[in-house]
Design a protein around this ligand. Structure first.
Ligand SMILES: [Zn+2]
Length: 187
């Protein structure tokens, strides 16, 4: 019986959050506004901790934060923030929770300016996916640095070049599947 080869980081059994994320989302072009926002927030939540922890808390985040509805999150007040900080299912970091609120506002402003966040973010590559899977794998690139700087200018928090590089991989602007992974687009 042959087993599917995957990128080295996608460990776990077929039903693990890591493997399902790798197989179904990572590197696949995402054009849905809500999903683009969700992944932006989750990538920021990842700062300093592992992605598997974030993925395992994803459902709890969705429940606690209105399924990442930026129109609701933008209006979260101190009472809501205090409630979230009591929720053991999510990552209880005040700076990150506050950043999600700030980022919801900035996200909406970008939508207003560009028509959609999708147009804004995919505009950096003219809608194209870049395949970047030559080792050594970078943690950031000139593109992620440029987008990071632009996002910062627009008031987005937790969007350093390393986080943005990871985000671009998540939403499929960069496809970084290993050459021997079954998801590699060149196979
Ligand atoms: Zn892969």
């Amino acid at each position: 019986m042959s087993e599917k080869k995957r990128c080295g980081w996608a460990w776990g059994d077929e039903n693990s959050n890591m493997v399902r994320y790798h197989d179904n989302e990572w590197g696949k072009p995402c054009h849905d506004e809500r999903e683009l926002f969700e992944l932006l927030i989750l990538e920021g939540m990842q700062a300093g901790i592992s992605w598997s922890i974030v993925l395992n808390k994803r459902e709890a985040f969705r429940e606690a934060m209105d399924n990442f509805d930026y129109n609701k999150i933008k209006d979260y007040d101190e009472t809501k923030v205090a409630e979230l900080l009591q929720n053991p299912g999510i990552i209880r970091a005040k700076a990150k929770i506050n950043a999600a609120i700030t980022n919801a506002k900035a996200f909406i402003q970008i939508q207003e300016e560009f028509g959609s966040f999708d147009k804004y973010i995919w505009g950096f590559t003219d809608g194209k996916t870049l395949v970047e899977n030559e080792p050594p794998v970078p943690t950031k690139t000139p593109l992620s640095e440029a987008i990071s700087a632009d996002m910062k200018k627009r008031g987005i928090k937790f969007c350093g070049p390393v986080i943005v590089y990871s985000y671009l991989q998540a939403i499929g602007i960069i496809n970084a599947h290993d050459k021997d992974c079954f998801c590699c687009p060149i196979n």
